[in-house]
Design a protein around this ligand. Structure first.
Ligand SMILES: Cc1cc2nc3c(=O)[nH]c(=O)nc-3n(C[C@H](O)[C@H](O)[C@H](O)COP(=O)(O)OP(=O)(O)OC[C@H]3O[C@@H](n4cnc5c(N)ncnc54)[C@H](O)[C@@H]3O)c2cc1C
Length: 250
């Protein structure tokens, strides 16, 4: 299907972008890499008459460490995230999960902010960020707020980012000392497909090499009821933790 004509607005600062979104009052859509938005526009599922591009906003593609927290600008592409030495070394779970998204051409356009705001149940980075207990920075015309990732996903393709707001960055605490983590993705056909289900796990051992903490997160809404806390030697375990649901302790 052909795209319907639209105007492109390219603000150069976050305040300018949120001011434009507030002024257009729901008629405009933010565009980042466009890998999710453009196909939905082609299908006619959304038909915004204005797109507000975040590409010219300086600083939104920065990756840095701030007081031990990894801070990833919303416009950081998944390819840049996977390549980044700091991320690979300190947050290998996130680098690995991002590397499992689609194909190199998609990863070089798709942004982390776009992936989270699209809020598809097939997001590979989301379970990793849930296990890492990340936070999301959200800006609007009056300022900025911080949303824990566990409260960010509010439903099917729905997030805590309201119309007129912009996700500006993702903050990720350091991996707990003694932690090991992994992400496994099950695909219907090829390894490059969207996951049928993806599961991230983070297990922390204490000084006596006993399990002191287990965090599990997945892409499948049904799994929240299925999985329980684990670890025979666990002093403290966390059970399944998925979008919008608090984990439970066993
Ligand atoms: C063929 C194909 C295969 C794919 N395979 C996978 C896969 O295996 N795993 C996976 O996780 N994903 C997969 N995806 C999904 C895609 O990679 C993600 O959705 C992508 O990361 C979206 O990022 P983007 O920058 O392109 O977002 P866009 O398409 O630009 O935007 C997506 C949505 O988020 C909003 N948005 C974007 N950025 C912001 C922001 N900073 N603040 C507020 N709102 C914002 C937009 O308005 C739009 O509604 C696939 C997509 C395609 C087309």
């Amino acid at each position: 299907m052909r795209l319907r004509p639209f105007a492109l607005v390219e603000p150069e600062t976050v305040p300018e972008a949120v001011e434009i979104l507030a002024r257009l009052d729901g008629e405009a859509r933010v565009i980042a890499g466009g890998t999710a938005l453009v196909p939905t526009m082609r299908l006619g599922l959304v038909a915004p008459d204005r797109l507000v591009s975040l590409h010219r906003i300086a600083g939104l593609s920065e990756v840095r460490v701030d007081k031990g927290m990894l801070e990833i600008g919303a416009m950081t592409t998944l390819a840049a995230l996977v390549r980044h030495a700091i991320v690979r070394e300190g947050w290998p779970l996130l680098a690995h999960a991002a590397s499992r998204v689609a194909t190199p051409p998609i990863r070089s356009s798709a942004t982390l902010g776009g992936n989270l705001c699209y809020a598809e149940a097939a997001s590979d980075p989301a379970p990793a960020l849930l296990c890492l207990e990340a936070q999301v920075r959200v800006a609007d015309s009056v300022g900025e707020r911080v949303v824990p990732i566990g409260e960010f996903f509010t439903g099917f393709y729905e997030t805590a980012v309201a119309a007129g707001e912009i996700l500006t960055a993702v903050r990720v605490p350091p991996m707990p000392e003694g932690a090991r983590a992994g992400y496994v993705k099950f695909c219907p056909r090829s390894a490059e497909d969207k996951p049928l289900i993806g599961v991230a796990a983070l297990v922390t051992l204490d000084g006596a090499r006993r399990v002191s903490d287990i965090r599990l997160a997945d892409t499948d809404p049904r799994a929240a009821r299925r999985s329980g806390a684990a670890g025979r030697d666990a002093d403290r375990c966390r059970g399944s933790r998925r979008r919008g649901h608090r984990g439970h302790r066993g």
